[in-house]
Design a protein around this ligand. Structure first.
Ligand code: TMP
Length: 203
């Protein structure tokens, strides 16, 4: 059996990744594709437990501890959910992945970008990402859509400069051709159509 594709949706808070991941998965399933939807941090029992620790405002990990928590959640998710699904020929749609780590822990927190990239590469081996899509909206638009930051989420308590750096990180990856950027400022339906057309190119 041939392997399934692994597709990642990325973007800033409020870009609509989670909604678009579900829409894309449903659309593919309706077209007869064996597709599943998952998310990071989380996606598997240990990963989801780590997610609540990572995002809890009760703790204050430094940038390196935070990086390792995301990576631990990712490795668990990879081994228990992503690789088995891809091996079974399923198309996996993932809401955030390694690009978020480069954007948030690299550009946002200021960790060395090459170090973050190497750590990501070790964590996800032997998986290959078939397509990464950036749903491009600015942090201002994203937080306006969300109706402001969710203060129960430790990451969302960060200041505007942090999210500007994260956004710049995503844009840099798109400019380098690592991520395909699509304009996310239109309606939900318009964005879904743009995402689908990029995905159909690789299926
Ligand atoms: P979510 O709320 O979009 O699911 O993501 C949770 C938060 O975790 C979000 O602020 C982005 C952040 N994040 C990182 O900082 N590094 C990562 O590697 C991932 C996957 C998410």
């Amino acid at each position: 059996m041939s392997k399934g594709k692994f597709i990642v949706l990325e973007g800033i808070e409020g870009a609509g990744k989670s909604k678009q991941s579900r829409i894309l998965t449903d659309t593919l399933v309706n077209r007869g594709v064996d597709a599943v939807c998952t998310r990071e941090p989380g996606g598997a029992p240990l990963g989801e437990a780590l997610r609540s620790l990572i995002l809890s405002p009760d703790y204050d990990p430094d940038a390196i501890s935070e990086l390792y928590m995301y990576l631990a959640a990712r490795r668990d998710h990879l081994l228990n959910v992503i690789l088995p699904a891809v091996e079974q020929g399923k198309t996996v749609i993932c809401d955030r992945f390694t690009y978020s780590t480069v954007a948030y822990q690299g550009y946002g927190r200021g960790l060395d970008i090459d170090f973050v990239r190497r750590a990501n590469a070790m964590t996800i081996a032997p998986l290959e990402i078939d397509l990464g899509i950036l749903i491009d909206i600015t942090p201002e638009e994203g937080f306006a859509r969300k109706g402001g930051a969710d203060k129960s989420d430790r990451l969302e308590r960060e200041n505007a400069e942090f999210f500007e750096r994260v956004y710049k990180g995503f844009k840099t990856m798109a400019d380098a051709g690592e991520l395909v950027a699509i304009d996310g400022s239109g309606t939900k339906e318009q964005t879904a159509e743009k995402i689908l057309s990029e995905v159909l190119r690789i299926l």
